[in-house]
Design a protein around this ligand. Structure first.
Ligand SMILES: NC(=O)c1ccc[n+]([C@@H]2O[C@H](COP(=O)([O-])OP(=O)(O)OC[C@H]3O[C@@H](n4cnc5c(N)ncnc54)[C@H](O)[C@@H]3O)[C@@H](O)[C@H]2O)c1
Ligand SMILES: [Zn+2]
Length: 393
């Protein structure tokens, strides 16, 4: 990945992957949506005549008309397919409906699909684009904080199935990603907190600098009013810089380990992005995926992983308290009161990050110093005590 270029108020992050020739840019700025037609044309070239927008009612209602009009201005014949809103619709049935919409719109191999929405829309649209006519051009306009800093970066696309979350999918790189930070001004506080927890996660494993950047945004801005700050021109450049640092970090990790090698376990392997996710997946599972936003569960997962790192004498209490404080600054997380810790421990066994039957956990030796530890090297008593401390906080 090359260095960041600053072009007026826009930050351009070039993505160059090692394992193939694919390269594209991730562009970050505010009020970019009305220019998305020109951007799309540049990304997909002259041959594309048709473009189909995948979105949902909520996001399309907010931003769809702007995107549709600018795409038409740039010479595309535009069609729209809206999926139902929610994680539970990220499934095979929606894929079939999406593919039918592609065919009904007459999309050919040189045409394109554009995802306008959060991670659910992006994951589904990318997977549908990867299999339609063996792959057609795909563009992303992520509209949640989580989608901007995480799901739209790295080329993982997919859906959920009866046998688990994200179990069907493909690595499929987009032709471009356009981040308009202004879209965050309509995001509700829980979605914002969820996105910030993923940003804290990336800071915790990335570097002291990345962590301090998120942490200082969360100290200076009021969590409940973050959406207003994204609307305010005074704050927008700082928030855009934070998003760009996050994108740059994730892009750097995934371009060095595109397909998440099973054997790698160094501090820059893609696996480190699972920091905080073992407990998060367990919390989501025991609450039937209905109680937490994924990022909120990651917030607790970060504190848990920090507690476990302390149990193993990898970090001291100060690091645990720091992570706890910053996570709680992102917003009010749903309470853990009604959750049975025993069920949570039980659910660890199902975590898909099990390699050859053994759970691998990402822990910390300090901020920006992740370490991958074999489950067998973590005594059950350490898990119990970390969980007890988390629930007692
Ligand atoms: N591909 C990857 O690498 C990757 C990484 C992390 C997460 N994910 C996936 O991302 C998904 C979660 O994404 P998410 O957190 O964006 O959830 P989401 O897509 O469900 O969006 C959350 C909610 O916000 C609404 N919304 C979106 N943009 C909005 C806006 N600008 N204003 C107002 N409301 C808006 C959506 O309609 C939805 O109701 C999960 O399915 C997860 O598996 C994928
Ligand atoms: Zn996550």
């Amino acid at each position: 990945m090359n260095s960041i270029q600053v072009e007026m108020s826009e930050i351009i992050i070039p993505i160059r992957t090692k394992e193939d020739e694919h390269c594209y840019d991730i562009r970050v700025g505010s009020h970019k949506l009305h220019l998305s037609g020109r951007w799309a044309r540049k990304c997909v070239g002259r041959l594309a005549r048709k473009i189909l927008i995948i979105s949902n009612d909520k996001v399309f209602g907010l931003y769809g008309n702007t995107v549709e009009a600018t795409l038409a201005d740039s010479g595309f014949s535009v069609s729209v397919w809206k999926m139902r809103d929610g994680e539970r619709f990220k499934n095979m049935r929606s894929i079939e409906a999406a593919l039918a919409a592609f065919a009904a719109s007459g999309l050919s191999r040189t045409d394109a699909v554009i995802a306008l929405g959060g991670g659910v829309v992006g994951d589904l649209a990318g997977f549908a684009a990867s299999i339609y006519l063996r792959g057609i051009a795909f563009l992303q306009i992520p509209t949640t904080l989580l989608a901007m800093i995480d799901s739209s970066v790295g080329g993982k696309t997919g859906i959920n199935s009866d046998f688990g979350k994200n179990t069907i999918g493909a690595f499929y790189q987009p032709k471009g990603v356009l981040i308009d930070t202004n879209c965050l001004s309509t995001l509700d506080t829980r979605e914002m907190a969820a996105g910030f927890c993923e940003a804290i996660k990336q800071g915790a494993i990335g570097s002291r600098e990345l962590f301090d950047e998120v942490s200082s945004v969360l100290s200076d801005f009021h969590a409940e009013r973050l959406a207003d700050h994204f609307r305010d021109p005074k704050y927008r450049p700082r928030l855009a810089r934070m998003i760009s640092s996050q994108v740059k970090f994730k892009a750097c990790i995934v371009s060095g380990d595109q397909r998440e090698s099973a054997v790698r376990r160094d501090r820059r392997s893609r696996k480190i992005l699972n920091f905080g996710h073992t407990l998060a997946h367990a919390l989501e599972k025991v609450t039937d995926y209905k109680y937490f936003r994924h990022g909120e569960a990651v917030g607790y997962g970060i504190i848990y992983a920090a507690e476990l790192s302390k149990e193993l004498a990898l970090v001291d209490e100060k690091v645990v308290n720091l992570l706890n404080d910053v996570v709680h600054r992102s917003g009010t997380l749903p309470k853990l009161d009604n959750i049975d810790p025993k069920l949570v421990i039980e659910a660890f066994r199902f975590d898909k990050k099990q390699v050859a039957g053994s759970l691998q956990m990402v822990l910390l030796k300090g901020i920006g110093k992740p370490v991958i530890v074999d489950g067998d090297d973590i005594p059950h008593s350490a898990h119990l005590s970390a969980l007890k401390r988390l629930f007692a906080r």
